[in-house]
Design a protein around this ligand. Structure first.
Ligand SMILES: Cc1ncc(C[n+]2csc(CCOP(=O)(O)OP(=O)(O)O)c2C)c(N)n1
Ligand SMILES: [Mg+2]
Length: 893
């Protein structure tokens, strides 16, 4: 080791060994040398117990040595010019936008640091389409969006006018969204990545989903790659790292992460006191990834090659990222003194370089040759995913305006002098007098730059990235016969709505047309939901099949893993499952395959745990069904506070293109799913579905007759059961949803029998649909005074029915209250606000005041308020019903 090289003898000895190794390298190549080193290490351990200290990292240098680099296959000069133009337009876009509209924001320095990483990829690696029909799938770093727009501008895909309207999407003619949003730019962006961490985890599951499609024969294996361009700060998100072992376990050699290690995040250094590249290397090597470090540019080659004793690389490894960042902003003299000044031998190595030359020594991530070598190695690598860790400078090229400075992430304004420096550094032909406007610059279509760029794209198979296209054709609706049995009811037999769903799913899986397109996704809860029969029916997907004899092989429903298995049994990861849902639910666009995902999970661990992924799914126009299982605050008995969900439907209100249903009966589920498949896969609407299903066994009634029932189920409500008592003077309209519907039905009976109140029962399948429709009408009416007003569907249902309105559900009161404004009279809402409890259903419904007796009490109170009955009667009812008025308020206890 260098520390002990105090005397000349040891130095000599080390030299001899190194020379011998060089000879082996020369004669036998790197593989032979590697085997020899392993043998040496084994030998030393056996003979004398020499244990090499464990290290997860390699020295702080490039993984690919300079002599292993392939030649650069293009014109470096031309590519530099193109890159400079992209750089300029990306910067101009942000600067202009902020000149025109103070505070509109945008980011310059992220793309400034990653321009080379993208340009090399665009010119040499990224296929928008290939002859084989495959292509590369790319997750672009959200904050680098200006760079992607700037390139599309040079490619002639985005007009100048749109560039002018960066971050001004509401301007006439439209603008460009701040970040990748397929919802807003459905022909351009495919994947929203700007919520950090969602890009990397989605890329992993996308790469796995591609293998799934290939192994199941739904897609030809043609070698496209999934690329994810990521920030080094972003790697701190749990989602970034949480699924990386899935990628190596599944041997996803179709996956490449490119981490732009500019050592900075928003506020300051990512690892001021450490080294992010080394830290990530250790993590990813430990997880079984192929790690390629691109630390130093070609300027460093001769220094590192001549560093025979390794003192330079050792010194480079001692310096913290915070200090490296300091070098970016300091002079060459400081750099020499601080880095090399610790050892006279180091100083000697750089004595031939001027301070100026030293300060311009390029980093690996800014050197196309190094980046190209890394990409080529990544693309050719087999057997595991690859991560490229490329060292760059944040705000590269901005000079005094922010290069390497802590403020650089937020920099969006450059003064004239700063613009001049940038312009001159990158050789943009814009005269001084125009500089203050930061004008866009695009050379003519027949300029050498544009011709070169277009030719490179053609060489890669044509087409551009990013680009989003709907590639799948609509499907035929599945046969009515799958759904019919559910209309009949169960004749008193008790089944849960989860069982109903599972039965329907297994029927759909047998459909000759759409069966193979269905993707059941489960995060280790199949047995909870009674889905184990599907294990055998369609198998659990495993890229290697089943390499063991399952312990339950002799049972009918054994745990069957198969290469063409259909179920994605994800293990305990709702986030990962959601990413599979997104990959499957966007395959109609990404891969031209209409896969139909059904993701079933504990409803509590959906919206509140992975709500941001659900939001991204919405942005991406994902199709499919989310099934919130074991739903309802009082229906999931026993499980308590952390499991009992009484608010996912409230959270579901927030997702614009999500339809949310809380069905009570089997036929409602059948109708909703049938219509969902039609809307999403036949009519190609950009919506997706959330259905809550519960585990309480209940008798399923037959579907009442009438078209208005089917329509009502889909629109959000319909009259399920009118009162049989035609003579009563007192009336009520009761709304029930989910399993609480059965409490409402009990209340209807009590009200009729004991209190002579004729109550109609409405099944409210979706407060969200009613709320949407109500607002839509109200808005239209506000904007069109004097025109015949539109009447919300809920008002149409209820405007002429008699009596008081009482709603009860297993969700928060705010859910029914959201539609109260469109009712002709006040609504009383019962719901499950508060923390759950470990208890049985009866006690829970008593505690949350959503059981039949509380529904009766609420109805009587409403009647008393309307002066239709006496207060005394209500007081008496409290006694008769056995309600304790002093019980604690569940909302806050
Ligand atoms: C989930 C999430 N949290 C916070 C942010 C706000 N944010 C935007 S950029 C940024 C810093 C990014 O740093 P890094 O990942 O290193 O990217 P760089 O710009 O340096 O390439 C932060 C914190 C975000 N976009 N997403
Ligand atoms: Mg960074």
């Amino acid at each position: 080791m260098p520390e002990t090289q105090t005397d000349g003898l040891e130095v000599l000895e080390t030299r001899e060994w190194l020379d011998s190794l060089d000879y082996v390298l020369y004669k036998g190549g790197p593989d032979r040398a590697g085997r020899l080193l392993q043998q040496l290490s084994l030998h030393a351990r056996r003979q004398a117990g020499v244990n090499l200290p464990f290290t997860a990292t390699t020295p702080y240098q490039n993984t690919i040595a300079s002599r292993q680099q392939p030649p650069f296959p293009g014109s470096q000069e031309m590519e530099r010019r193109i890159k400079s133009l992209v750089r300029w337009n990306a910067l101009a876009m942000v600067v202009r936008a902020n000149k025109m509209q103070e505070g509109i924001g945008g980011h310059i320095s992220t793309f400034a640091s990653s321009a080379t990483l993208y340009e090399v990829a665009f010119n040499h690696f990224l296929h928008a389409k290939t002859e084989s029909g495959d292509r590369d799938i790319v997750y672009f770093q959200g904050h680098a969006a200006p760079g992607m727009y700037a390139r599309a501008y040079l490619e002639g895909r985005i007009p100048r006018q749109k560039l002018e309207n960066f971050r001004r999407e509401l301007k006439p003619g439209g603008g460009l969204s701040s970040y990748p949003h397929p919802w807003l730019m459905p022909d351009f962006w495919e994947f929203p990545t700007v919520s950090m961490g969602l890009g990397p985890i989605q890329a992993i599951y996308q790469a796995r989903f591609i293998k799934y499609l290939e192994n199941r024969g739904l897609k030809q294996a043609t070698g496209g790659k999934v690329w994810a361009f990521l920030g080094d700060g972003e790697m701190d998100e749990p989602e970034s790292l949480g699924s990386i072992t899935l990628a190596s376990r599944e041997r996803l050699d179709n996956l490449i992460f490119v981490v732009n290690c500019n050592l900075q995040r928003l506020d300051g250094p990512v690892r001021g006191n450490g080294k992010i590249i080394q830290e990530l290397e250790a993590i990813f090597r430990g997880a079984g990834w192929n790690v390629i470090k691109v630390v130093w540019g070609s300027d460093w080659d001769s220094l590192i090659t001549n560093d025979r004793d390794g003192i330079l690389v050792r010194r480079l490894g001692e310096i913290t990222d915070g200090q490296y960042q300091k070098y970016f902003v300091e002079s060459g003299a400081y750099f020499r003194q601080n880095l090399f000044g610790t050892d006279p031998r180091l100083l000697k190595m750089v004595e031939h370089l001027s301070d100026e030359q030293l300060s311009r020594m390029r980093l690996g991530g800014h050197d196309p040759i190094k980046v190209h070598a890394a990409y080529k190695a990544a693309v050719e690598h087999k057997g595991s995913p690859t991560i490229i860790l490329a060292k760059t400078i944040k705000g590269y090229g901005l000079g005094e305006a922010g290069e390497g400075k802590n403020i650089t992430h937020q920099q969006k304004k450059l003064n004239e002098e700063e613009l001049r420096m940038f312009r001159s550094r990158f050789g943009i032909p814009i005269p001084d007098e125009e500089l203050h406007q930061a004008p866009f610059y695009r050379p003519a279509d027949d300029s050498p730059e544009v011709r070169y760029l277009q030719e490179r794209r053609k060489q890669l198979g044509g087409g551009y990235l990013p680009e989003r296209k709907v590639r799948a054709k609509p499907i035929q609706p599945p046969a009515e016969s799958h759904f019919e049995e559910f209309y009949k009811g169960t004749d008193g037999r008790e089944v849960s709505t989860t069982m109903v769903f599972v039965r329907l799913l297994s029927k759909l899986l047998r459909d000759p047309e759409i069966g193979k397109l269905i993707v059941p996704i489960i995060p280790d809860e199949a047995r909870t939901f009674g889905m184990e029969a599907l294990f055998r029916q369609v198998g659990i997907y495993s890229s290697v099949g089943q390499l063991y004899e399952p312990v339950d092989m002799d049972t009918l429903l054994y745990y069957k893993e198969a290469k063409d298995g259909q179920i994605l049994e994800e293990g305990i990861t709702e986030a990962g499952s959601m990413c599979s849902f997104i990959a499957a639910g966007t395959a109609y666009a990404t891969h031209g395959i209409n896969t139909i995902p059904f993701f079933i999970y504990y409803s509590m661990f959906g919206f509140q745990r992975i709500g941001d992924l659900i939001w991204a799914a919405a942005d991406m126009r994902t199709r499919g069904f989310l099934l919130g299982g074991t739903a309802g605050r009082t229906t999931l008995a026993g499980e308590g506070l952390q499991h009992q969900d009484g608010h996912s439907h409230v959270l579901a209100l927030s997702v614009p293109n999500l339809l949310a249903y809380d069905p009570a009966f089997a036929y409602e589920i059948a109708i909703i799913i049938q219509d969902g498949i039609k809307r999403m896969y036949v009519d190609q609407e950009s919506v997706f579905y959330y259905l809550t299903v519960t585990n309480e066994p209940l008798p399923m009634p037959p579907m009442p007759d009438g078209k208005e029932v089917r329509d009502g189920i889909l629109k959000g409500m319909y009259r399920f059961k009118a009162s049989a008592n035609k003579d009563a003077k007192l009336h009520a309209q009761l709304f029930g949803s989910g399993t609480i519907m059965y409490e409402v039905l009990k209340a209807q009976q009590i009200l009729e029998e004991k209190y002579n109140v004729a109550a109609d029962v409405w099944s409210v399948t979706s407060y969200k649909c009613l709320y949407r429709d109500g607002n839509d009408c109200q808005r239209w009416n506000m904007l069109h005074p004097g025109k015949a007003p539109r009447v919300p569907y809920v008002t149409q249902c209820l405007k002429s029915v008699p009596g008081v309105f009482v709603a009860a559900s297993d969700y928060m009161k705010v859910l029914p209250e959201s539609i109260a404004q469109w009712l002709p009279r006040p609504l009383v809402a019962l719901g499950t606000d508060g923390f759950g409890r470990s208890e049985n259903r009866g006690s829970l419904r008593d505690f949350f005041e959503v059981d039949a007796k509380h529904i009766v009490l609420a109805t009587l109170n409403a009647l008393a308020r309307e002066k239709q009955i006496e207060i005394k009667q209500v007081q008496q009812a409290i006694k008769d019903l056995g309600i304790n008025p002093e019980k604690p308020n569940p909302a806050i206890s």
